[in-house]
Write a protein that binds this ligand. Sequence first.
Ligand SMILES: NS(=O)(=O)c1ccc(C(=O)N2CCc3cc(O)c(O)cc3[C@@H]2c2ccccc2)cc1
Ligand SMILES: [Zn+2]
Length: 262
Amino acid sequence: MTGHHWGYGKEDGPSAWHKNYPVAQGNRQSPIDIIPEEATRDRDLGPIFLDYDRCTSINIANNGHSVVVEFVDSDDRSVIRGGPLDNPYRLKQFHFHWGGKGHDGSEHTVGGIGYASELHLVHWNAVKYRSFGDAAEAPDGLAVLGIFLETGDDHRWLHMITDALFMVKYKGSDTDFKGFNPKCLLPSSLHYWTYLGSLTTPPLHESVTWILLKEPIIVSDKQLGMFRMLLFNGEDEDERKRMENNFRPPQPLKGREVRSSN
Ligand SMILES: NS(=O)(=O)c1ccc(C(=O)N2CCc3cc(O)c(O)cc3[C@@H]2c2ccccc2)cc1
Ligand SMILES: [Zn+2]
């Protein structure tokens, strides 16, 4: 982010973001705690569809906040549609949030319980907006699919990502990452909760329709541990800061409705 420096430390972390980004105290901030028994089962809420078969991944990068895999988004080759969405939204990137060793690092919580990590697939409404940047500032501009990661056995495909992490150890590093289809990171069920929220990092724009899958995927402690080899700092900085606990805690619901798919 040009201009304001922000991070996840004591001085520049989530509790300080409101100083440079006052919307941090807005009415539709994310993440939130999902309370399943309080979610509305909405009969009009149909299934979501993930048309990722022609998706084209480009690279994997360390942007100093997370590790991000970017996709070609110049046409509708990979979109999410259906569910609460009025248009198809184009896949732009996915990234993760995680904790420290032995600690949870998801952003959303379910009944007050956190998961080990959370994967975000970020999509934008290219029907209504000319660019991702424009969409990111519009109330119906973005749709983020959130998938919880729980620890257990090795995930059979996550190694394709963890094998590349040593190439993007430092902030500002990136490397080619072609031919990866994130469909391999989905759980078996696409049942979800949905609500209107925001980016969970600065600039915290209130532009996200959140779609959170109820079923987590299982990854091993070892695989998750690989993410902690990443660093927040650039190669030129002398202070090495391990990239971990890069999550924002749940924010006030402010009367919002959380709906549940059938
Ligand atoms: N966690 S999340 O809500 O799913 C999410 C989604 C998008 C983005 C995103 O694309 N951002 C915000 C942070 C950021 C940081 C950078 O260093 C950068 O180069 C780009 C971004 C973008 C962004 C920046 C400005 C306006 C909109 C998005 C970040 C987080
Ligand atoms: Zn995220």
